[in-house]
Design a protein around this ligand. Structure first.
Ligand code: EPU
Length: 290
């Protein structure tokens, strides 16, 4: 969820020349939309040479952004989309939305990722955070990924290189391609599973409001949503940032929530849960800027 008031993006496909000419006193953030992998690698190399840091945005659903003047945002939306199938191996560009991928795979009678249905994410982001639900994690299905590292160099990393854990990996750089090992499925049954997962999310999660998904990781052996609920925080508001009444691990925007409101609410949730249960909640969402 972008705080659009603080994000004033520059959209540029012109990556030749010195990127410093995009700098401007009035600009708060820089967003690049490279449309091929080679431009992407050149962009990352130039950023590295200039000493600038970058952030791969993926679907953009896992970030709470404030003022990020010093970070260059790179979207994968204009990059080519790829989907290659060889038996049960699927090689797919990281800019595929998981829901589009799940539907596209039905015609090849392949599946297994229905547990992720309804998450508004690109699969590059899903592997970076090893996203999961219903006791499964995306990383279980990954053979290898292709990355442009922070120096603009191409790398192929096998699953064992990724240090996958609960909602974490050691991936640095920009993921642009992923190989998955999927299951042979009955497409009718798989479609039913996908629809059931989406229906379940709609029932249990406040998806009619702008939201950040589950904000906190589940602590070992506990549920962040239940802890926040039991701490009496449902409906708690700071400005228009609000703990959802439907699922307490969701922070929703009632209209004009600012980055500052949301940060204050996060701190309130963390301190209240700590004081009551002596449990430190850890962010699942990445918070960047000020
Ligand atoms: N609960 C409450 N009050 C609440 C919310 C939940 O008591 O306000 C209780 C529920 O009744 C249930 C337990 O807490 O007994 C767990 O709740 P839920 O089944 O909703 O699962 P969760 O652990 O809160 C995880 C993922 C979700 C995913 C669901 C579905 C994390 C941090 N979250 O939520 O993923 O959709 O399981 O299995 O692992 C996301 O990643 O954005 C996300 C929402």
């Amino acid at each position: 969820m972008f705080d659009t008031k603080s994000l004033n993006p520059i959209l540029s496909k012109n990556l030749s020349g010195n990127i410093s000419h995009f700098r401007n006193r009035d600009i708060k953030a820089y967003l690049f939309l490279p449309d091929n992998i080679s431009d992407l690698a050149n962009l990352i190399l130039k950023l590295q040479q200039n000493g600038d840091s970058f952030l791969p945005l993926g679907g953009g659903s896992n970030f709470l952004l404030g003022q990020v003047e010093d970070t260059f945002l790179i979207s994968d939306k204009a990059l080519p989309r790829k989907l290659e199938i060889c038996n049960r191996e699927v090689i797919v560009s990281a800019n595929f939305n998981i829901n589009s991928l799940n539907h596209a795979l039905l015609r090849y009678e392949l599946g297994g990722l229905s547990f992720l249905s309804g998450i508004p994410a690109h699969i590059g982001g899903l592997i970076k955070m090893n996203a999961g639900a219903h006791g499964r994690a995306f990383g279980e299905f990954v053979n290898w990924i292709k990355v442009i590292d922070n120096n603009g160099k191409f790398q192929l990393l096998k699953k064992a290189d990724l240090a996958l854990g609960y909602r974490q990996s050691n991936i640095c750089g920009f993921v642009y391609e992923i190989s998955l090992q999927l299951n042979q499925v009955d497409p009718i049954e798989e479609k039913e599973l996908i629809l059931a997962r989406i229906a379940q999310r709609k029932k249990n999660q406040p998806l009619t409001y702008p939201n950040l998904g589950c904000f906190f990781k589940n602590p070992p052996g506990a549920s962040a949503g239940r802890l926040i609920d039991q701490a009496g925080l449902k409906g708690k508001k700071i400005g228009d940032a609000c703990v959802s009444n439907k699922h307490a691990n969701f922070i929703i925007n009632l209209g004009n929530a600012t980055f500052g409101d949301t940060l204050k609410l996060i701190e309130l949730i963390k301190s209240t849960v700590y004081n009551k249960f002596k449990i430190n909640l850890e962010n699942e969402i990445e918070v960047l800027g000020k």
